[in-house]
Design a protein around this ligand. Sequence first.
Ligand code: ADP
Ligand code: MG
Length: 233
Amino acid sequence: MGTPLIELRGLQKAYRLGDVDVPVLKGIDMEIHEGTLLALMGPSGGGKSTLMNILGFLDVPTGGQYLLDGRDVTTLSANARADLRNERIGFVFQNFNLLARTSALKNVLMPLEYAKRRQSAREERAWAESLLRRVGLGERMDYQPSQMSGGQQQRVAIARALVNRPKILFADEPTGNLDSKTSEEVLRMFQELNEQEGITIVLVTHSAEVGAFAKEAYHIKDGLIVGGTYTEK
Ligand code: ADP
Ligand code: MG
């Protein structure tokens, strides 16, 4: 299968509370291969978001190793992590995290402000518009979050996550605030992006129904991998 896009070896995370270390991730071994749609599943409090934040360079581990494309990225500087995050990674959150009183188009363009390689304003706008059409919001580009449904807001967030052409998309409980019909639409969108654009996706969820949309799954409980299904669909 070649070098995994991501490999974790004995990854640990402990939080310092007062003068005790509270272990949250207790030695995670994991491989994420390019092109997969992987569900990270398990009960609330098990460490899924902590793990995803480390995978996405929003947080750092306190032990073990994180290899990205075979390169050890465990001990990178904060700046180097921020660069990798901007260039390689897209995030989608449960609560959409859109800027209020800001159009869908401007929300999608926003991460480009922090990109190293910029295109002309006209090219960037055309790219953001194409992403909004890609997620079915071609007619809503000027709408603000408060003028859109939850499902539409999450699709803006997905377009925004794609604007820097990431290799990997992390979605933490992306349907947690959506009704079941809208959830299914959003999950189908992830499947399409995975199948048609080849984007590697990690979907964090406590729900088996949501996990069923993935090609494979890791189950995490109390900070440990307790099982998984690794069948390629
Ligand atoms: P999940 O996403 O699976 O629900 P989390 O990763 O959010 O789990 O949390 C795992 C555990 O880590 C929980 O017990 C939580 O209270 C604890 N935890 C998460 N973030 C922090 C933090 N910043 N400081 C201390 N404990 C934390
Ligand atoms: Mg969580």
